[in-house]
Design a protein around this ligand. Structure first.
Ligand SMILES: [Zn+2]
Length: 407
């Protein structure tokens, strides 16, 4: 076999969707432990964009900008003029991304993910019309990259879809094994892309842990199984690069956490009954946006919302309320706004609570020496990657690199 000469170094950003500390700590992850012993740092990453949800977090990771600057406020919004739900996508992104900067500097960026199962309408996993599951988050993360691949239409995906539909029909729980299999499909796509595209920067989001956590809880057997499978995926990718003698630096983190829930609040039905509420939509099931009618008594609505059992906070939103609404509502610690779903949720996210907003971040940069241990903000990821690949940070980023440039 001919020796393939890959780029001298690749930077990997691997996002484990919805990986919470509780899942990681309950799991046996020998590859991450090995990296830890070899000098990797495991620290906390603070997700500041509220709601703590995939698309806004992926935009924050891509741009290093605050949510009001990059414009991806969450997964979706309610369009008042025609009463429609609109999913946030790359066209709403207003800030420069790391992929745009890197490509402009002549580097190759590949961004990979899964499309999801395309079952949104049936499972009401998302209420967004025309939703593509994880694909929108990937297209936001990868805006400007020369290679964006969303694994789709594979046999595995079709088979998983069929099996899941069958289970929904029989009202049986969906097997987490489907999600593990989709993560594995993505892992193969990562390995293939490393060979064919030889990227300087590769970013990929694995959504299995998030789905397993939603379905079974963040410390469930199923979530742990999916987490441990990701650790094997990490090993597979790093061994592949070692065989090719490609140097690698890697950051592993989550877009948001997950909170185990046992109290279900039907915020949408209850909220719509309050005088002055035009519409109320949930985001990530642990936050909700309230759109007020023009003549609404704001204080009255807030009082009524706070009266709902299980509601912890109601906060005013005064910017871009055309999109993000006038109020945000958050549930108490173990509560969720997710009700009436065919698939019951054991775990949700979206709130500012630490279980949703503080996630693990492991960084392994073997040729760097770290002087101090820091807690990372999600806005720091993009400037950190910039310094790792030797480009300036995206224009609107407000974070700072974990270390100085080494090229
Ligand atoms: Zn997510």
């Amino acid at each position: 076999m001919e020796e393939v000469d890959l780029g001298e170094e690749v930077v990997l950003l691997l996002i484990v969707d919805g990986m919470s500390y509780s899942t990681l700590e309950a799991s046996n992850t020998p590859m991450m432990d090995y990296l830890h012993r070899k000098g990797a740092m495991l620290t906390n990453c603070v997700v500041e964009a509220i709601p703590t949800i995939s698309r806004s977090a992926h935009a924050t990771i891509a741009t290093g900008a605050p949510v009001e600057v990059h414009g991806i406020y969450g997964n979706k919004y309610y369009e008042r003029k025609n009463g429609k739900l609109i999913g946030f996508g790359p066209k709403h992104l207003r800030a420069e991304t790391i992929a745009e900067v890197a490509e402009r500097e002549g580097l190759n960026v590949s961004v990979l993910g899964n499309k999801g199962l395309g079952l949104s309408d049936i499972t009401q996993e998302m209420h967004t019309p025309g939703d593509e599951g994880g694909a929108k988050a990937i297209r936001i993360l990868g805006k400007g990259a020369s290679v964006i691949r969303v694994s789709d239409n594979t046999e595995v995906l079709e088979e998983a879809r069929k099996q899941i539909l069958e289970k929904i029909r029989k009202r049986e729980p969906i097997s987490h094994k489907q999600y593990v299999e989709l993560d594995n499909v993505l892992a193969e796509l990562v390995v293939e892309t490393l060979d064919t595209e030889q990227p300087d920067l590769l970013m990929a989001t694995f959504f299995g842990v998030d789905k397993a956590s939603h379905g079974y809880g963040p410390t469930s057997r199923e979530a742990i199984f999916t987490m441990e499978n990701f650790d094997r995926i990490l090993r597979r990718i790093l061994l592949h690069l070692e065989e090719k003698r490609t140097k690698v630096s890697v950051i592993v983190t989550a877009d948001h956490g997950n909170t185990e829930v046992n109290n279900y609040i039907d915020i949408v039905s209850l909220g719509r009954e309050i005088d002055g509420v035009e519409e109320i939509i949930t985001e990530g099931r642990r936050s909700a946006r309230v759109y007020l009618e023009d003549d609404a008594d704001r204080e009255f609505v807030k009082d009524e919302l706070l009266r709902i059992r299980g509601v912890r906070d109601v906060v005013d939103v005064y910017w871009d309320s055309e999109k993000v609404g006038d109020l945000m509502v958050f549930p108490g610690y173990s509560s969720t706004f997710g009700v009436g779903l065919i698939t019951t949720r054991r775990s949700c996210h979206g709130s500012p609570a630490p279980s949703d907003s503080v996630v693990p971040l492991l960084y392994y940069v073997p040729r760097m020496k770290f002087e101090k241990y820091v807690i990372v903000r999600q806005v720091d990821i993009s400037p950190t990657i910039s310094s790792m690949i030797g480009v300036s940070p995206p224009k609107d980023s407000v974070g700072r690199s974990l270390f100085s440039p080494f090229r």
